[in-house]
Write a protein that binds this ligand. Structure first.
Ligand code: MG
Length: 270
């Protein structure tokens, strides 16, 4: 049986590959477990989170939180650990972070996170770098004429600064801010608003995200989410049910999935 499935035809393709391809076209499924993107054909739009997804900004956020919390003697003067940062801060909205860090004094918490964002912007202006392969995926999206939006829990000043530093100001058709929606991520609101701004269907759109909170938001909005394992542990990200995880935009898994999606689109237009 295995021999038959793996026997190559005159074009060098195996029967297993043909079955995979047919199933992918018909059901948006892939037996290899690699991609559930083919069901989106023809693709219409791509939505991106910003922090940790367009750029590896979490080390800058972690540094700013750690130094500023140390300055005020938080945690008895012991610097916060990276685990604490991942559990309490990464991908979350500032109002929620303020509540957790300063449970008895929300006003102080909100002022603290505002000051921390100002420190982050100073660091970002000097040190922010795009994620590996971002330029390649940007070109792929432009060449395919797809709509695109950034959807983030970051404050607007941060979001616009990062997009500008990365040279993507003209790339995005819309920038959706979690704090300007009724609910921020992990609620689906920001992603639903992104679809609405682009006039795109959830059935023909996928999301790039790097945090548990963000993946949950994209999945709850009804879209497949490609998880970027930039900083957050893979086992934690998998709990939020991404379509699959990649290391960065150079990851062959991503390009294999996009190639399958292209084939599915061509097959449907015949
Ligand atoms: Mg993120």
């Amino acid at each position: 049986m295995i021999y038959v499935l793996n026997k190559k035809d005159s074009c060098g393709d195996t029967l297993l590959r043909h079955i995979n391809h047919l199933c992918a076209l018909r059901y948006g499924l892939c037996f290899c477990g690699q991609s559930s993107l083919t069901g989106l054909a023809p693709l219409e739009a791509v939505l991106f989170d910003i922090d940790g997804t367009l750029c590896d900004s979490d080390p800058l956020h972690y540094y700013a939180f750690r130094e500023m919390l140390l300055e005020i003697g938080f945690n008895g003067g012991v610097p916060i650990s990276e685990e604490f940062f991942i559990d309490t801060v990464a991908g979350k909205h500032n109002d929620d972070i303020a509540l957790v860090l300063f449970p008895g004094d929300l006003e102080r918490g909100l002022k603290f996170v505002d000051d921390k964002e100002a420190m982050f912007r100073r660091l970002a202006a000097e040190q922010l770098k795009p994620l590996n392969g971002l330029d390649k995926v940007r070109k792929w999206i432009e060449n395919h004429g797809l709509k695109r939006a950034a959807v983030t829990n970051a404050p607007r000043a941060n979001a616009e600064l990062m997009i500008s530093i990365l040279g993507l100001s003209d790339f995005f058709d819309a920038v959706i801010i979690g704090g300007e929606c009724e609910h921020a991520k992990p609620h689906p609101d920001p992603y639903l608003k992104g679809l609405e701004a682009l006039k795109a269907s959830k059935d023909h759109t996928f999301v790039f995200e790097d945090s548990v909170s963000g993946i949950k938001a994209g999945v709850a909005a009804g879209m497949p989410v490609i998880g970027l394992a930039t900083r957050n542990p893979e086992n934690l990200l998998m709990e939020a049910k991404p379509a699959f995880l990649i290391k960065d935009y150079e990851d062959p898994k991503l390009w294999a999935a996009l190639e399958e999606l292209d084939k599915a689109t061509s097959a449907r237009s015949v």
